[in-house]
Design a protein around this ligand. Sequence first.
Ligand code: BG6
Length: 267
Amino acid sequence: MGQDVEGQIYLHGAHVAHYQRRGEKPLIFMSGKSIFAADKAIRGGVPICFPWFGAKKDDAKAPAHGFARLKQWGVESAKKTDDGGVQIVLSLESDDSTRGLWPGDFLARYTVTFAKQLRLRLEVQNTGSGPIVFEEALHTYLSVGDIREVQVEGLSGVDYIDKVQGGRRLLQGAEPVAFVGETDRVYLNTQSTCVAHDPVGERSISVSKSGSNTTVVWNPWIAKAKAMADFGDDEWPGMLCIETCNVADFAVTLGAGASHMMEAVIA
Ligand code: BG6
């Protein structure tokens, strides 16, 4: 890749697994216990959740977070950028296997730019003859020094669904988000940039976005980390997911032929 930046993306799931600027620490967390197999999602990096988020409501056996992170994506193009980076475009289309899980017809195009910033743009086009409704998330695992010291700004005064409290709806106060236990929240109707201040890692990471009306904040903490086969028991302090998404009340409805674009910029 260019001289100033390193990156890695798998065709499996169109999964970004590494991004690092020269002279800096990696920005993206990858689990040392990730399983690399055709029927498994990579643990860490940036899984793409589509066309549903979490468990599929009407089918408990369907894969969590949709099928996009389990599919082999195709390469459309790869080119250098003017600022010494690389831009890669991958795509995924509906086929008989996706229609067996979800009826929509679509073309998803994912443009990843590894440059001075990491830019992730997911465009979904409805290629069928009727409307489609989907959820989507760029499930970004950020690498942090110690989650217990991290504070996230940008979500003050935003309503959220607290999945740790059985889906209760709560309101974030004026204070930044801090982490004292398992955290799994869907912040609703927010288009704001989030900034994670990480004093132990000695940096702040910003996640700005467009075309996205929800933000998920997740850390599994101790017990859930132990329960995940593909995640190290001691890895939870070193990661934080800030997910650019359209989920829950903010699922996307697209008429025939229409497209929707969602972008996250991590810096
Ligand atoms: C988060 C969800 O986005 O992803 C959590 O809000 C979930 O509930 C987490 O546990 C990880 O999901 P998975 O399927 O990759 O283990």
